[in-house]
Design a protein around this ligand. Structure first.
Ligand SMILES: Cc1cc2nc3c(=O)[nH]c(=O)nc-3n(C[C@H](O)[C@H](O)[C@H](O)COP(=O)(O)O)c2cc1C
Length: 364
């Protein structure tokens, strides 16, 4: 079951394992991807991860979220990405680049002193209020995403994934908590989804109708504000997944959580099967509604749970982030029956600004 191929918009993925997008802190300060990133992806491909999704790549320096984050905002990035893609393809895996704008989670620096978001809603975790984007800025950002997708195609990526999760710009647009706009990009569920549809339409003009566009979608903001303001959750997020799949999105990766929800998106203490796959019920509902493949991420750790998720139609693909930082050869180990459960203890020490790695002391 794990090793049955699956097709996403004409791209054959050799098995059901996905490396979920993971920021590596391994790019140059200007966003240029390095051979260190290539080494990492090649290792995952050599170890039979069917689909590798890159760390989030910023489409405009005004939407950079973190140090040493990879970028795709200029044509000069096409050549270095070509080399990385070729290293993955030689092992038979596929590779998709995740493209993002930081929105409410943009990094404020001397060169970039403003944070842009759909509405000026304070981020209570940092006490920073972003600037509400003007219509011109929204239109420029749509173009930035589309040009990034064009570069991705030219670099040979098998597709792009729009980062519509975790409190970054596109997730700010779809959430009623962070989007209070009164123009065509705010209000009803459809209007809050419109910016993503506009990105898809413009991208299609540049890359054609066949090129795979995936999304990583927040199904919940993951917290309840004291103000009783509405946040994103089911059933609205399920409806958004349906709108996206009806409008040219080729696969939906299910995730959740924004800054205010703390570690919600990468929960800790996943030490029981019941705590695993914490967005599974959302994924199942989405799978019942859409015809495109569903990819589930978040706390998936044991073989038994993985099998159940596929067998009982919760998801079409198993997506892993922290377990593959800890054990890049996890897929091979599962294949060779050398393990039943990932070693990852979900401690989050892998978020390491010197480059992601497992920093848990197993000999303790
Ligand atoms: C170090 C680190 C970096 C991450 N970077 C990204 C990213 O660039 N884009 C993204 O969508 N999610 C990112 N995430 C979230 C993961 O892709 C994933 O959704 C989350 O960790 C839950 O999955 P897991 O339990 O398999 O780790 C990151 C998580 C970690 C721990």
């Amino acid at each position: 079951m794990f090793f049955e191929p699956i097709n996403i918009a004409g791209i054959e993925i050799p098995n059901r394992f996905v490396r979920s997008a993971t920021h590596e802190w391994m790019a140059e300060p200007d966003g240029t991807p390095t051979s260190r990133i290539g080494d990492l992806y090649e290792e995952l491909a050599r170890n039979e991860v069917g689909l590798i999704i890159t760390g989030y790549a910023y489409v405009n320096p005004k939407g950079k979220s973190d140090h040493l984050q990879q970028g795709i905002y200029d044509d000069r990035f096409i050549e270095p990405y070509k080399k990385i893609v070729a290293r993955v393809h030689q092992h038979g895996s596929k590779i998709v680049i995740q493209i993002a704008h930081g929105g409410r989670q943009t990094m404020i620096t001397a060169q970039n002193p403003y944070m842009l978001a759909p509405s000026a809603i304070v981020d209570t975790t940092k006490g920073i209020t972003p600037e509400e984007m003007t219509e011109k800025e929204v239109l420029e950002t749509i173009e930035n995403f589309a040009q990034a997708a064009r570069r991705a195609k030219e670099a040979g990526f098998d597709g792009v994934q729009l980062h519509c999760a975790h409190g970054f710009l596109l997730s700010n647009f779809i959430s009623p908590y962070t989007n209070r706009r009164k123009d065509r990009w705010g209000g009803s569920t459809e209007k809050r989804t419109q910016v993503v549809l506009d990105i898809i339409s413009r991208t299609r003009e540049l890359v054609g109708h066949e090129y795979p566009i995936l999304v990583k979608l927040n199904v919940t903001d993951g917290f309840k504000p004291r103000s009783h303001k509405r946040t994103l959750d089911a059933p609205e997020s399920i409806e958004i997944a349906k709108i996206l799949s009806d409008n040219g999105v080729c696969a939906i990766e299910v995730s959740g959580g924004i800054a205010e929800a703390g570690d919600e998106l990468f929960r800790t203490n996943i030490d029981l099967p019941e705590k695993e796959a914490y967005y599974r019920d959302y994924a199942k509902k989405i799978k019942e509604k859409v015809t495109v493949p569903v990819i589930l991420v978040g706390g998936i750790r044991s073989k038994h749970v993985m099998e159940t998720l596929l067998k009982e139609s919760y998801t079409d693909m198993i997506s892993l982030c922290r377990p593959l930082i800890c054990e890049p050869d996890l897929v091979i180990k599962l294949k060779n029956m050398e393990t039943e459960v990932a070693k990852c203890v979900s401690c989050n020490l892998c978020s390491d600004e010197s480059g992601i790695k497992c920093n848990y002391n197993f000999s303790r």
